[in-house]
Design a protein around this ligand. Structure first.
Ligand code: COA
Length: 413
């Protein structure tokens, strides 16, 4: 139970509990209202709902807060691990700033069975207080197709084709798994999640075309990359200036990467291309003679919250050999507090409680931010969030935690 003071006058009790199976529409309605969009849940949304992993705050029989966790996996440095995918976080406008989110978050984080929780934040100021760290940068691209000058596609380009949506899920799924093996930050999808991802309701297209499912086959005919994209006709005074929106891009080999992007960057009548999920080390600009025509904007991608330090740190791999004692503080999950000896390399890792003197001290937020290998720990030492107790230990730990391939989430969930 929590207590809210409404309009500064009326006290009312609210209850926080797990949702029930039949409550999806009410749950979705509250979240949609908080985000200011029209709720229109479909059958697949209802099927995907895990009521026992969804929390609601209820005041006088009315939902006033929601937060749910989805059971999915996530690629992390050197492994693919279970991660609670947190979403649908919302508080009714009449009940804001009275602690409902704090109540939902602290209960959710204490209860998740996974060693990690991850989310996309609507605003970067919300989740740090709960121990989440911004763990991956995302690059949004806007390409001026009239001036970008793509280099020619490779001559051994294999071939491109479009798949009908009905057949696509089973064929795309192995490629997404392949990407998880290469890049941290990528969420896995069940068969049901794939069906939901590929749903293409006409009233959700925002004036754009139906989704194109473009795939690349290598010379042997095996699929090794895909792009999901839509177009939008735009006839400007100066001539055709159609817009290309790339929703998702996966390529497992350089040839597929180049051939798919070359196709997208050279579509007839197109003047602009947008893609919102590039990684910090996205090689796209290497494919064009004029990268100045490729505007890049950096934003927060995935946020990570370690809920079980020992388990989480042993689940990932490390870029170099590491053997350090870390002292972790966690205001919310008391069991995380303490010293751990972390040992590991590219093949294995252990992280167990110890009484030894700490080499590096930090809070769970900084450790979570560095977890996917995309934020150097030294960055947080520079502002006092991480303290080096043994000279040289911070560099060693920073290098081991960092990863040669930058993490990025390619889907907002
Ligand atoms: C963001 C939201 C969930 C916050 O819920 P809430 O119940 O008002 O939050 P709380 O009262 O528990 O606030 C806890 C703390 O977070 C702060 N906070 C809340 N929302 C914040 C925001 N958008 N930006 C920065 N800080 C915020 C509060 O000021 C409070 O700080 P304090 O502990 O120093 O006093 C709610 O405003 C909302 O539904 N917003 C619209 C939908 C949305 O953005 N959801 C998140 C999707 S990722």
């Amino acid at each position: 139970m929590g207590r809210v003071t409404m309009l500064g006058m009326v006290n009312s009790e609210y209850e926080v509990r797990a949702a029930q199976a039949g409550e999806y529409d009410q749950f979705a309605g509250l979240f949609a209202a908080a985000m200011m969009f029209e709720s229109s849940p479909g059958e697949l949304d209802r099927e995907l709902f895990e009521p026992e992993r969804a929390l609601v705050a209820v005041d006088g029989g009315q939902f006033v807060g929601t937060a749910k966790a989805m059971t999915r996996d996530l690629s992390v440095p050197g492994a693919v691990v279970p991660a609670a995918h947190v979403t649908a976080v919302g508080v009714r406008a009449t009940h804001r700033r009275r602690g409902i989110l704090s109540n939902l978050m602290s209960r959710q984080l204490r209860e998740v069975p996974e060693a990690l929780a991850v989310l996309w934040a609507s605003e970067p100021g919300i989740y740090g207080r709960f121990g989440y760290g911004s763990a991956a940068w995302g690059v949004s691209y806007e390409a001026d197709l009239r001036n970008i000058k793509p280099y020619p596609a490779p001559s051994d380009a294999g071939r491109l084709e479009e798949l009908p949506a009905e057949d696509a899920a089973a064929q795309l799924a192995p490629m997404l798994q392949g990407l998880q093996g290469k890049r941290p930050g990528v969420s896995g999808r069940s068969e049901l999640e794939w069906r939901r991802r590929l749903e293409d309701k006409p009233d959700h297209r925002g004036g754009k075309t139906a989704r194109h499912i473009l795939v690349h086959r290598d010379e042997a005919g095996a699929l090794d990359g895909y792009a999901l994209w839509r177009g939008k006709m735009n006839w400007a005074p100066g001539g055709p200036a159609n817009e290309v929106s790339v929703e998702e891009f996966v390529a497992l080999h350089p040839t597929a990467y180049h051939a798919l992007w070359h196709h997208l960057l050279t579509l007839d009548l197109a003047g602009k291309l947008e893609y919102g999920h590039g990684a910090l080390d996205e090689p796209l600009q290497q494919l064009v003679a004029n990268p100045m025509a490729l505007t890049r904007r950096l934003g927060e991608s995935l946020w990570v919250r370690i809920t079980d330090v020992g388990r989480a740190m042993a689940q990932r791999r490390y870029a170099t050999n590491v053997d350090v004692v870390i002292d972790v503080t966690d205001d919310l999950i008391k069991a995380n507090n303490g010293r751990y000896r972390l040992t590991g390399d590219t093949d294995q890792a252990t992280c167990a409680p110890t009484e030894a003197a700490p080499d590096v001290s930090l809070s769970v937020r900084e450790l979570s931010a560095a977890y996917l290998g995309g934020r150097p720990l030294s960055e947080f030492a520079a502002t006092g969030g991480v303290t080096e107790n043994t000279v040289g230990a911070l560099n060693k730990l920073t290098t081991a935690l960092y990863w040669p391939v930058a993490p990025v989430s390619i889907e907002i969930f």
